[in-house]
Ligand binder design. Structure first.
Ligand code: FDA
Length: 478
């Protein structure tokens, strides 16, 4: 326990509680909970203030029409070592994604092609895809995912639209569409003219190479028995109700940083709980930083920068069927069609379940257009898109759910926040720097594991270590 910050509680006449802690963590997603877990392990007192009535943030499971759905983040890739180590630590079991059989590719002309291995496009297009991937990997290898702004050509690369750059490398439109799809629709969930080459390279570098973002053997490898949210729930249970406070959106964060060596302080005011601490960790996605009022205001460049870090938009569509009927037809459940409403689809059947589930993704403008449809038409349109891959049977589910992260006040989009054109080179270097006693932790500002649960585990661990080092330094100089 740190001498400077005794753990104490006081209760005002109106029932509002004021806590004294070493650290207040704002946000109970995986990043915030990992920060808290590591700080508690290091002997510090912590309060986690979470806006929602549940932990897990962008990982969330629910039972709808009698079926269990993972509404947010769910997959573990085989190269996500930090997350895998945490799962082991927590004793969580995992199960593989079903992927035996042929995948389906639907061309722009609506021709349906079944394939295994290479995309079923002509040899010239395949060669161009390989050439584009080589160009991406070559550039990404020069980028430090933890500091892409340090690349000698960062400014230049950050002011070229990814779409323009890809198109300049080849005349083969199909090759461009396929490679573009993986980064824009598959990862950043924004149109490729709205983000830069540098931002795209950060995405590739964070996974080491492009192949890691598409390889069947690596990507979307496994799921957690009980759902990914159960990871956060277990961490919160272990931390206990004295640490994790639900239904407590933080509205105001006061901070001091005398700069004269005297301990800085923060006061985080939530709806039911106020916490006085020495450090605050803002473990919310960057697009939400501005939803909290700061006293004094955050420095000028931070206030400006935060407006250029925005959420993408994707609808995760899931349909449950009596059986995984596609498997009987030799299909894996995997499909791609960049022009389809549902542009990617996978078998999402739960471990040990007789029913079969498909999950598909509807991205950017197609997501806007889909939400604008009346509810019945929307469902029909999504199911017809599933049918483009798997035939008429796909239009007859027994349960159906569309994840609506855009209307979630404490997220406001999906999967994650990324920088707008020019933003990463101009302000990216600030994203991981503390402001006085305020630290920032989110999978969206992490290098390795960027935009993934794995990134949240890593940045939580790293942020806790930085704060623990601050306490150790203060004790040493006292
Ligand atoms: P996260 O957003 O989860 O947590 C922030 C928390 O802060 C939330 O709980 C929120 O309620 C809270 N909060 C916000 N404002 C607050 C305030 N003012 N006061 C207090 N609390 C506040 N990743 C992956 O690895 N595999 C996958 O398959 C997928 N798939 C996927 C699908 C979908 C639909 C989504 C939306 C996301 C994914 N992801 C994913 C991404 C993954 O879910 C994401 O990177 C992490 O869960 C982010 O964790 P964080 O803790 O950083 O933020």
């Amino acid at each position: 326990m740190n001498d400077l910050s005794p753990s104490a509680t006081s209760r005002a006449g109106d029932g509002a509680v004021t806590l004294q802690r070493d650290v207040v963590v704002i946000g109970g997603g995986i990043s915030g909970l990992m920060t808290a877990r590591r700080l508690v392990e290091a002997g510090h007192t912590v309060a986690v203030l979470e806006a929602r009535d549940r932990v897990g943030g962008r990982t969330w499971s629910d039972t709808i029409d009698g079926e269990f759905f993972e509404i947010g983040g769910q997959w573990v890739s085989s190269d996500q070592d930090a997350l895998k180590a945490l799962l082991k630590d927590l004793g969580k079991e995992t199960y593989p994604r079903y992927r035996d059989g042929n995948s389906v590719y639907v061309t722009r002309d609506g021709e349906r092609r079944e394939f295994r291995g290479d995309f079923p496009v002509d040899a010239a297009t395949l060669r161009e895809i390989d050439r584009l991937v080589e160009a991406l990997d070559e550039l990404a290898a020069q980028i430090d995912a933890a500091a892409p702004w340090e690349h000698p050509r960062a400014d230049e690369l950050d002011n070229i639209q990814f779409s323009t750059w890809l198109a300049s490398l080849t005349d083969d439109r199909e090759a461009v569409r396929i490679v573009d799809h993986y980064i824009a629709a598959g990862m950043l969930t924004k149109p490729s003219q709205t983000f830069s080459v540098l931002q795209a390279m950060l995405m590739v570098a964070s996974a080491e190479k492009f192949e890691h973002l598409i390889d069947e053997g690596i990507l979307l490898d496994e799921r957690v028995v009980g759902g990914m949210q159960s990871v956060s729930e277990q961490i919160a249970d272990e931390l206990g109700a004295d640490v994790v406070h639900l239904s407590t959106p933080v509205r105001h964060l006061a901070w001091t940083d005398a700069g004269d060596g005297s301990p800085a302080r923060v006061v985080a005011t939530g709806d039911r709980v106020t916490v006085e601490a020495q450090y605050a960790v803002l473990a919310v996605p960057p697009n939400l930083y501005s939803t909290i009022e700061y006293t004094p205001a955050l420095p000028r460049m931070r206030q400006v920068a935060h407006q250029h870090h925005s959420m993408g938009l994707v609808i995760k569509a899931q349909a449950v069927y009596e059986t995984p009927f596609w498997r009987e037809r030799g299909l894996s459940g995997t499909g791609f069609a960049s022009h389809e409403r549902v542009c990617e689809v996978y078998d999402n059947t739960l471990h040990g379940q007789d029913h079969g589930t498909l999950v598909g993704f509807i991205v950017s403008e197609r997501a806007d257009e889909t939400w604008a449809l009346p509810e019945d038409e929307r469902k029909q349109a999504v199911l017809e898109s599933f049918a483009a891959y798997f035939g008429e049977d796909a239009t007859r589910p027994i349960a159906f759910y569309l994840s609506d992260w855009g209307s979630e006040e404490f997220t406001r989009g999906a999967y994650a926040a990324s920088w707008e054109l020019g933003g990463l080179s101009r302000w990216g270097h600030l994203q991981n720097l503390p402001v006085g006693p305020i630290f920032f932790a989110s999978s969206d500002i992490q290098g390795a594991g960027y935009l993934h649960v794995d990134g949240g585990v890593r940045i939580g661990t790293d942020t806790a270590a930085r704060i623990a080092a601050g306490f150790a330094g203060a004790t040493a100089s006292a």
